[in-house]
Structure formats: structure tokens, C-alpha cells
Design a binder for this molecule. Structure first.
Ligand code: HEC
Length: 219
């Protein structure tokens, strides 16, 4: 009897080999992407910041600097621009250790008070309240916005801290933020945490933040 030729598509050997190659190539690609991502999301150092090197995640000491948000025509979205020294709660000389401790306290407060049950941070969290990734740059906190007058303060950071300590006193939306019993120290730390977050180059995320807020330019 004549043997029927088998096609490559029904050959077990062919499929075994293909599976091996696909798994191997994907593993190499994933490892390479992981290494690349870790490099991209690691905090830069203060020395790199002082040398004005381009960076995605600035060091904690970025809180000593003015941050603006400007349209980059080549990239097609806004990017944070780290400017000159700027006073933050009366100082612009926070050391690496002080700034890192402040950010850590802020992060722990954000976790302890579960802000992410209502808000999103870098896209993670609840959809009840605004994304906080760029909240620091919201013109509502600038001297052109309503909060400074409402809170009786002279600076963006003081306005934010006062709001966080007693949000129900300063209603701006139909949805109100509840009182979370945040102390003054915690409020300052949370504002530092939010200022640092706003300095992260998130490839324009959240999309259209600047347009929603009428062209952010936190000058
Ligand atoms: C129960 C839901 C809820 C929780 C929990 C909550 N918020 Fe809010 N938050 C809101 C709502 C609603 C608004 C909008 C109200 C307004 O602007 O008056 C808001 C507004 C804000 C704003 C102003 C947003 C902007 O873009 O300018 C900031 C900043 C903020 N919250 C920070 C926080 C932080 C930090 C925490 C945790 C310590 C927190 N929120 C926890 C509901 C919440």
C-alpha cells in the first residue's frame, strides 16, 4: 500500500519545535523589557537633577524646584519641566534624606487613608474622584485659581495642605471629599508626594489633563 505524504501542518515535530522557539524568544524579550522598564522607572539622583539631565522619574529633591507642564510638539503631549529653585513650605534646601523621608511619609499617609479608593494615582485606583497624578499642576491651586483665596493662603502647597486637612470646608464640586482626619504634618507630606508625582514624565498621562484644565502652565 502506498504511504500518504504527511503535510508539515500535521507534523508533531514541527509544532514541538515552533513552541520551543516561541517560548524561548518571548522569554528573552520579556527579560529585556523588564530590565529596560526598571531602568526607566528608577528614581534619578540629585546630582543628575542638578546637571539638568533628562529624566523620567526625578529624585525626591525635585520638591525644591518649580515644576511646569509644557506642550512638547515632537512628542505630541505635555511634559513636566523642572525649573529653578522654588520655596516649598518656606524652604528650597531639603536634603536627599529629608526629601525622601517626606515623600515616604506622604506615601504612607496616602496608603493609610486609602485615597485610592476614590482617586487614581498613575492610573491605579477608583474612578469616583479626579486622578491625582498631576493634581499639583492643577491651575485651581495657582494664584489664578480659587483655592488660595478660599483657604486664605499665599502658596500652592499651603492651599493644598489646608484643603486636605479640611476638605469639606472648601467645596468646589458636586462630589465632596470627606474629612479624613489628616494632620498638618501628614498634609505637608502628602503635598510633597503629589508634587513629586507631578514631576514624573508619564508620556502625557492622564491624557488631556492640560486641556481639561484649560491649558496647564503652572507658572
Ligand atoms: C471618599 C472618597 C475620597 C477619598 C477617600 C479621598 N478623596 Fe480626594 N477628593 C474626593 C472628591 C470627590 C474630590 C473632588 C472634590 C472637590 O474638588 O471639592 C477630591 C479632591 C481631591 C483633590 C483636588 C483634586 C485636584 O485635581 O485639584 C486632592 C488633591 C485630593 N482629593 C487628594 C486626596 C488625598 C491625598 C486623599 C487621601 C489622603 C484623598 N483625596 C482621599 C474624594 C475622595
Amino acid at each position: 500500500m502506498e504511504e500518504r505524504p504527511t503535510s508539515v501542518w500535521s507534523s508533531t515535530r514541527f509544532w514541538r519545535k515552533s513552541a520551543g522557539w516561541v517560548t524561548g524568544v518571548s522569554a528573552v524579550l520579556l527579560i529585556w523589557l523588564s530590565v529596560d522598564t526598571v531602568a526607566q522607572i528608577s528614581m534619578s539622583t540629585s546630582a543628575e537633577l542638578d546637571a539638568k539631565q533628562p529624566m523620567r522619574v526625578p529624585p525626591a529633591t525635585v520638591i525644591n524646584h518649580k515644576i511646569t507642564y509644557e506642550y512638547d510638539a515632537k512628542r505630541g503631549h505635555e511634559i513636566p519641566i523642572i525649573g529653578e529653585k522654588e520655596s516649598f513650605f518656606g524652604r528650597s534646601d531639603y536634603s536627599d534624606e529629608e526629601a525622601a523621608a517626606l515623600l515616604r511619609h506622604g506615601k504612607l499617609t496616602v496608603q493609610a487613608k486609602n485615597c485610592m479608593s476614590c482617586h487614581t494615582l498613575l492610573g491605579n485606583g477608583g474612578y469616583f474622584a479626579p486622578d491625582l497624578t498631576k493634581a499639583w499642576l492643577d491651575p485651581a491651586w495657582s494664584d489664578a485659581g480659587p483655592y488660595m483665596a478660599m483657604t486664605g493662603t499665599q502658596t500652592r502647597e499651603e492651599a493644598m495642605a489646608k484643603f486636605l486637612m479640611k476638605p469639606s470646608t472648601f467645596p468646589t464640586h458636586a462630589r465632596r471629599m470627606p474629612e479624613l482626619g489628616i494632620t498638618e504634618d501628614e498634609a505637608k507630606a502628602v503635598v510633597a508626594f503629589l508634587k513629586h508625582m507631578a514631576s514624573i514624565d508619564t508620556n502625557g498621562f492622564p491624557r488631556n489633563f492640560a486641556k481639561i484644565n484649560g491649558g496647564v502652565n503652572a507658572k
